[in-house]
Design a binder for this molecule. Structure first.
Ligand code: ADP
Length: 165
């Protein structure tokens, strides 16, 4: 049976920490779906289309990975996609409690779905979309922490607002 995993998140925007999890996940699963789990009530920097576009660009050369978006119950998406694993990344201890709660509720909602965690790559331990956005909004360089396409998009976004130029 094909092992398909879903890697859900906001990816607002995708960072090198996310890319590391995707590449390592691909060594464990036959197929990976990067899923923009999107909440219409949550304000984001990039639209779903922009995030889809950036991820598509980043994974262009990777085989067995695709990107999608969804705004419903995650376990329903996982089931519909014929997958049975949710892939998540763990950074500092601060991620743990929330991730634990999420894994437990998803398991309660569907016992056939397991959550698998990969520890953050050493280099990306402190990389989060939120910190990247904050630094970029204040004109700081985030080069090397995000794929180049994302770096350019952030520059575009914030130059309109008087940030990075
Ligand atoms: P963020 O927390 O950066 O806003 P997401 O909600 O998009 O990111 O996160 C999706 C998943 O990727 C979560 O499991 C999160 O813990 C994981 N993740 C995010 N950044 C990293 C990183 N630098 N290293 C490892 N995992 C990460």
């Amino acid at each position: 049976m094909k092992k398909i995993a879903v890697y859900p998140g906001s990816f607002d925007p995708i960072t090198n920490g996310h890319v590391d999890i995707i590449k390592r996940g691909l060594r464990m699963f036959d197929e990976l779906i990067v899923l923009i789990a999107h909440n219409p009530n949550k304000k984001t920097l990039f639209t779903v289309e922009e995030r889809l576009g950036m991820i598509r660009e980043v994974i262009r050369d990777c085989k067995n990975v695709r990107v999608d978006s969804f705004d419903g119950l995650l376990v329903e998406y996982v089931k519909g996609a014929g997958a049975n694993v949710i892939l998540r990344g763990l950074r500092a201890l601060s991620d743990f409690e929330y991730e634990f709660q999420l894994a437990l509720i998803n398991r309660r909602l569907n016992r056939d779905v397991e959550t698998v965690f990969l520890m953050s790559g050493f280099k990306w331990f402190y990389t989060s979309s939120k910190i990247i956005n904050e630094a970029a909004s204040l004109g700081g360089s985030v080069k090397g922490l995000v794929p180049e396409i994302v770096n350019l998009k952030l520059q575009e976004k914030y130059s309109y607002k008087g940030g990075i130029l």
